[in-house]
Design a protein around this ligand. Structure first.
Ligand code: UDX
Ligand code: ADP
Length: 469
């Protein structure tokens, strides 16, 4: 077997997105002796990463701009020159998007690996020295095999070794997760290649937190971790519906069960439904893989997590219509929050999109306020669903920069994201300027419902008994 233990002086990352950007910024920050170049074919994105004004970085993450400011131009570079980035590096991270397929076999279920394959072909085409290739994107188990086959058949005598190093960072806390990870997982077959990557992380992660496994365990662990996390959310969301019928309170139930050390307190917050680029995609992927091996029960088991999540989004929207006297046609509903969770500008698979779509089908008029999401993004999310003409989306949905303006003369307010600032609003002032009765539908149980009721609101809060509404 070839000796792959090489000294890593240059790292290239293909893909300057939500994963590649923050991960490489932290590696550069923690390893000043390594030159890190992030390449992407999206020129606008690279320009934004290079923008003098750090407020214009394409990804919003607490602490990210400070880290980028400290390393950019020193040992952290953003470039569109993919070929040069590949040629210079001893180690290449692949961090491109792997969305759910929207066409052909596996449509709506399997991961679309075309971007990964394009990267592999590019590397095979331009590399002129040995490389360690690191899978960073979430991939179906055994993708490394396909990568290997493309790379090793390039015929240019370059030797490759493939590692799986799944990313466990959560958006909104990415920098903290990267600096203090619960664990770093590295899967690979060649010990020297694995050690090269272990060495990089050892610059700031203690050795007992760096776990090495075989390639396939590493690939499957990422899917499994996301499936378990999503399952917890769907489990508590299922209980939230039962709470609403039985006068139990889901937050009290969460607290009570979370104190059992076997269950633990995290990921037990009932919500309008999970979103984000990973959970749904990874579970669909898991279901697809299980089915492709003929494991029907395994597939059905995990699919239920998605079915429950879709139900939760729909029943929240239905509840709004039902409470507003069974019609929202021509009524103004203020959406506070559009991102899939707080502290991110990412809206992929956000519950807000689906709740909005449902209400727009009922002819509601929406006014959206989110502290970090742009109007273009909101329209792009709605247009992508292709439910109605894009011009109608622009007619029925308005995006504003001021929450008070969003709520002015609204029939109801829907809380879709748990942004901290919502709790600091002058709710009395908001209440005064609303139509009567003034309704709030809190899809995150983020607000103090007792205080709001005293202020004169009719409050529906997910997972509470909601007496009187
Ligand atoms: C997730 C995984 O946590 C991370 O390890 C992986 O690398 C990528 O996918 P992310 O999607 O960024 O990260 O966010 P996460 O914090 O996991 O939240 C996902 C969704 O679940 C959000 O919509 C969030 O609001 C929702 N959620 C989370 C709940 O509704 N309740 C909870 O208790 C926790
Ligand atoms: P993630 O959340 O996984 O980081 P993103 O969509 O935010 O996903 O980022 C993926 C990035 O990868 C995008 O900026 C996209 O332009 C880039 N990308 C995809 N395919 C290629 C490729 N073949 N070469 C270079 N960049 C690519």
């Amino acid at each position: 077997m070839a000796d792959y233990k090489m000294e890593i002086k240059n790292i290239c990352c293909i893909g300057a997105g939500y994963v590649g950007g923050p991960t490489m910024a932290v590696i550069a920050h923690q390893c000043p002796h390594i030159k890190v170049t992030i390449v992407d074919m999206n020129v606008a994105r690279i320009n934004a990463w290079n923008d003098e004004n750090l407020d214009n970085l394409p990804v919003y993450e607490p602490g990210l701009s400070e880290i980028v400011a400290g390393s950019r131009g020193k040992n952290l570079f953003f470039s569109t020159d993919v070929d040069k980035g590949i040629r210079e590096a001893e180690m290449i991270f692949i961090s491109v998007n792997t969305p759910t397929k929207t066409y052909g076999k596996g449509k709506g279920m399997a991961a679309d690996l075309k971007f990964i394959e394009l990267c592999a072909r590019k590397i095979a085409e331009v590399a002129n020295s040995d490389k360690i290739i690191v899978e960073k994107s979430t991939l179906p188990v055994r993708t490394a095999e396909a990568l290997k086959s493309i790379l090793e058949n390039s015929g240019n005598n370059v030797r490759y070794h493939i590692l799986s190093n799944p990313e466990f960072l959560a958006e909104g806390t990415a920098i903290e997760d990267l600096l203090n990870p619960d664990r770093v997982l590295i899967g690979g077959e060649d010990k020297d290649a694995v050690d090269s990557l272990v060495e990089i992380y050892s610059n700031w992660v203690s050795s007992e937190k760096i776990l090495t496994t075989n390639l396939w365990s590493s690939e499957l662990s990422k899917l499994t971790a996301n499936a378990f996390l999503a399952q917890r959310v769907s489990s508590i969301n299922a209980i939230s519906e039962l709470c609403e019928k039985t006068e139990a309170d889901v937050n009290e139930v969460s607290k009570a069960i979370g104190m059992d050390s076997r269950i633990g307190p995290k990921f037990l917050k009932a919500s309008v439904g999970f979103g984000g680029s990973c959970f749904q995609k990874d579970i669909l992927n898991l279901v697809y893989i299980a089915r492709s091996y003929g494991l029907q029960e395994v597939a059905a088991y995990w699919e239920q997590v998605i079915i429950m999540n879709d139900h939760q989004k729909r029943r929240f929207a239905e509840r709004i219509v039902q409470t507003l006297f069974n019609t929202v046609s021509g009524k103004k509903i203020a959406f506070l929050g559009w991102a899939f969770k707080k502290d991110t500008n990412d809206t992929r698979e956000s519950a807000a999109i689906y709740v909005a779509d449902y209400l727009l089908n009922e002819e509601a008029e929406l006014v959206v306020y989110d502290p970090k999401v742009t109007a273009e993004q909101v329209y792009a999310d709605l247009d992508y669903l292709n439910t109605r003409d894009a011009s109608l989306n622009r007619k029925l949905v308005r995006i504003v920069n001021d929450p008070y303006e969003a709520c002015n003369q609204a029939h109801g307010i829907a809380i879709l994201t748990e942004w901290d600032e919502f709790n600091a609003y002058d709710w009395e002032k908001i209440n005064k300027n609303m139509k009567r009765p003034a309704f709030i539908f809190d899809g995150r149980s983020a607000l103090n419902k007792e205080e709001l009721r005293q202020t004169g609101f009719e409050v529906y809060s997910i997972g509470s008994s909601n007496v009187g509404i």
